[in-house]
Design a protein around this ligand. Sequence first.
Ligand code: UDP
Length: 490
Amino acid sequence: MEDTKCRQHHALAVPLPGQGHINPLMRLCKRLAAEHDFTITFLDIHRHHEEAAAAESSPAAHQEPSSAPAAAAHDVEFSPPDPAQKLDIRRARLSLYLPPPSSPAARLEGLFEGVQTLAPQIEQLLLRLQQQHPPITCLISDLFVTAATQHLADKLQLPRVALIPCSHSIILHFHHLLEGGFSLEEVMKVSIQRELLRENVFKEGLQGLPTLKVDDLMENFGGDFFMYTFTCKALEETKNKAHAFVVNSFEEIEGNALKVNMKAPLYAVGPLVEPLEKEASTSLLEEDDTCLLWLDQQPCSSVLFISFGSIASISLAQFEELVAGLLSSRQRFLWVFRSNLINDVVFTTFPEQLLSESCGRGYVVSWAPQVKVLSHCSIHGFLTHCGWNSTLEAISRGIPMICFPYFADQFMDAKLIVQEWKVGLRLRKSKESGLVDREEVERAIRALMDEKEGQILHKNALVLKQVCDQNYLSGGYAFKNLQALVQSLN
Ligand code: UDP
């Protein structure tokens, strides 16, 4: 008799060890485990910075020579499932030693490069997982860890699924450059990159996507081309060799982009944000839940949530403009104030005087349970750096946004939010000061929180929320696409 049973899958999941990359991969794995009976081994890559490592008392840290390479790794350790995850996802753990970052861009570059050095340990782990029951059947890794994982998948003949952790629209702009006759070698030479970017390669708006001007692209990379070359390289290797792409997106928000063929099949399974009852923290930093108690005491739909994700930073002058505009808007706010939010100044706490000037209208935490906050009925708007996860978390909760993009894909995300989906406003910099000035901040906050414009954005956001809710259901769009991916792996 023919065996019609599906294969029992066991996937090793390898994220880039940054908050905006761990969250969507973990959410994807949770769905695979809960709905498709996957066994998951999730790799936690524990980042240490060399200075901190020297001070640590663990034997591993003491073995680290002072002339340590830019990144070094130790053997993998397994840990049992964490009940807080609400699922049977086993964790494997590796340490990665990185040089202390000098800027947000340097932090990302260090991570991109550091993770590549983990390939030997990941290979050892895969070999061990091949001996276990059920044996490993596939590798799911972030697009930005292609260099550390694709060749291992090829060597061990395992299908690799690559998760695109950002908007698909920005990825297609890279794809366009690669396919449009600009060879990788050309693109990788910095001098030529500058020429390419000056040419109007995206003039008409690519395949129905929002027009990305050359200036936007320059702004995206802030003069740091490593991200650009790194993405092109990862994309080229993935589309030629991976089993499939998985993208955290869906038709109603990026329909045109999702139609474009990139060699490897593409499965759109977004938004990778769970309903509140299934939400379990995957935070690297400790979440301050007291903000939820504060939100409980605020009127319904009255609070602006302000958060710039895990990496973005702003100048002290910009911070002062933001605070001044916020205070003059006289709106209630909850602000995530990371100690490294302001360039070159380390604040351990939010400046007290500013908080007292808010006359009790504001609350500040160093890290929030963001999805729970966005789900709270007192939240009415979100001032955001437009990271892709923050963007999808906001639309999945029907919250309109004030966009303050910082780098990477965030300018494209802001265009989608403002021009395409019409669920947000964009803060504009003053030509004279190069800053978003206090008047502009006040104008945007009032418009979103208090005025007719905000009501329209809110209405549009609620329509997108309904689509997200439908997608998530069993039999919905994301469910079906994930099912198709699983079938392709059988
Ligand atoms: N986040 C959080 N608490 C905070 C701020 C951010 O849990 O106080 C989470 C947020 O929910 C999102 C991730 O961190 O899932 C940030 O990812 P995003 O893509 O928005 O931005 P990035 O940090 O990658 O720039």
